[in-house]
Write a protein that binds this ligand. Structure first.
Ligand code: GLP
Length: 260
């Protein structure tokens, strides 16, 4: 794992956006795995700015989102499809038909999950997967105890995840507690992974991810097994790491020969 500790939220967004742009310059027809939640919002703003400045194009890019609430139609304002359209896709030259989010309004979730897996394989797999992380170490909606080999499927959200996402919903609005999520095994097949984490509420999950044992108790710890994973975080999210000086030293050395 490459562990990158940056000053703040903005620096993490800048790094992540630059990393994605570098990927698209090398491989303009990349397939990106994308995430929702608060963490990538600034990064997406940076990508939009770069596109508007003619620094990058998304016209040949395909995207797959990690997850969707089961029971929300794509037009629902709290659906992840709506989030992606409004926070990113509507502001780029990407073809909406090349953007995929699991169908939360499906009447046959099991088929929807199997079809999603097939579609990813059919597009040649994911070149670069962007991830956030839950306070409990979840990735996508793979909550603690999820099989580390799991595939796209229906998952029940933990109480802490429902609470953490409550602020996106109006108090009287139905908040789903079921989701469709890419599995941990599916995520691990991405050729490259970039996980971003900011704020002290993520510090324990980051410590477990980077230094804890490989365990379904902290799903993100599986990234220890990925040969090309970057964990980019701000100082607040890094504050519980035991070997923080070592990681900073290694990354300084990395800068001599790694471009992004
Ligand atoms: C959400 C999403 C995840 C996201 C995580 C963290 O529930 N399913 O993909 O990474 O929880 O969210 P946030 O970035 O808002 O802290």
């Amino acid at each position: 794992m490459r562990i990158i500790i940056l000053k703040d939220n903005q620096a993490v967004a800048d790094f992540g956006a630059q990393h994605i742009q570098n990927k698209l310059r090398q491989q303009p027809s990349s397939t990106l795995g994308l995430a929702t939640g608060s963490s990538p919002i600034k990064l997406y703003e940076q990508l939009i700015t770069a596109y508007k400045n003619n620094e990058v194009s998304f016209k040949d890019v395909t995207t797959f989102n990690l997850d969707e609430y089961l029971g929300l139609a794509d037009v629902h304002p709290q659906s992840y499809r709506h989030f992606m359209n409004t926070q990113l896709f509507n502001h780029l030259d990407i073809k909406l038909t090349n953007t995929f989010v699991p169908d939360g309004s499906t009447t046959d979730p099991f088929k929807t999950c199997a079809d999603y897996e097939e579609l990813i394989v059919g597009k040649g797999g994911i070149d670069l997967q962007l991830l956030g992380i839950g306070k409990n170490g979840h990735i996508g909606f793979n909550e603690p105890s999820s099989s580390l080999a799991s595939r796209t499927r229906v998952k029940t959200l933990s109480k802490s995840t429902v609470e953490a996402n409550q602020h996106f919903f109006n108090p009287d609005e139905f908040q789903p507690y079921l989701s469709i999520t890419m599995g941990i095994g599916s995520i691990m097949e991405a050729k490259e992974i970039l996980l971003i984490a900011t704020g002290e509420t993520k510090a324990n999950a980051i410590q477990q991810t980077v230094e804890g044992p490989l365990s379904a108790h902290c799903p993100a710890s599986i990234l220890q097994m990925h040969s090309k994973a970057i964990i980019a975080m701000d100082e607040d999210a890094a504050q519980q790491l035991h070997d923080i000086d070592f990681y900073k030293y290694v990354e300084k050395e990395n800068q001599r020969y790694i471009k992004s």
